[in-house]
Each structure stands twice: as C-alpha cells, then as structure tokens.
Write a new protein. Sequence first.
Length: 192
Amino acid sequence: MKVGLYFGTFNPIHIGHLTIANHLVEHSDLDEIWFVVTPLSPFKKKSSLLDNYQRLDMVHLATKDYDKLRPSDIEFGLKQPNYTINTLTYLFEKHPEFEFSLIMGEDNLKSFHKWKNNEIILENHSIYVYPRLSEGKVVNELKDHPKVIKVEAPIMELSSTFIRNEIKAGNNIRPMLPNDVWKLIDEMGFYR
C-alpha cells in the first residue's frame, strides 16, 4: 500500500488541507494519506499553538468521513526536536509493508535541500508536490528529479494563521472549516 504523509501542525485543520489531500489521493497512485500532526516542541512555546491532542482531535473530526484520509500521532512518541528522516525511519520499521511518500507544497520543496538527510529521503521516498504561490526557486537537482512528482492540484491560499486571526477578530470563518471542527473550536473557545 502506498501512503502519503502530510505533515503539519494543523492548527487548525481546514478545508484547504482536506481539498489538497483528497485531490492527491484521488488523482495519484497513493492509496491513503495520513495527516501527521507535528507535536509542539518542548523548546518552543507558542501561545497560538493548541495542545497536541486538541489538534489531533480536530484532525480526527475532519477526516472521519473520508475512507482514504487518516489522522496520525506517530510523531508524538518520537524524541523532540524531531526530523522527518527519523519519522520515516520509524514508520519503515513499524510498517515495512507500506511504501511511504511525502506530501508537500511547492514552497516547502524550495527549502528541501536544507533538510537533514534530504538525499536519503529522496533515495527511499517519493515526494508529491502540490502547487503553492510563493517566492524563490526550486533548486536544479529537484526540478526534474524522478522521485519528485508534481501534482496538478487546486491552489489553496487558505492558511491556519489567517483562520486563527479571523477567529481572534470575531469574524465568521465557519465556511473555511469542516463543520465538526468549527463546532469544537466554537464550543471550546479556541484561538479567541
């Protein structure tokens, strides 16, 4: 089985995340996409970042009606600060029957050459890249790399930061969130 790993803080998960993940799983050879919730580093305190399990709960709520989209807390038990290569190594040991690939926006691909052990990641894993409007260029080695697969997906310029700011300002952002995620945020008073 081919599994795409979509890493993020998902603070909160929104319709942009779901649209991209669903598009990729429907229009590529990926069988499933796992939303890998990145834990809060104990070395970084960010007041706007909700607790790991609150964010994981929102991902559960957002993906429960999608057969091919799954939440993952795989990084919660790994030593922090964590690097993607460590997560991939752990997943390969735990699930050798799966083929894991990364999912990232084109903006992240532009800095991929700076990632720890990026050569090893590319040797062993494909990267599915969705379009993003961003500055800068992709380094030449990655432009036509056989493991870098560009997917024509909708360009989503919706961000969790924008949503948090709108909630704090008291504006209605309900259409930008899955219904159950909106209900939880509203009931708990998150991001106010």
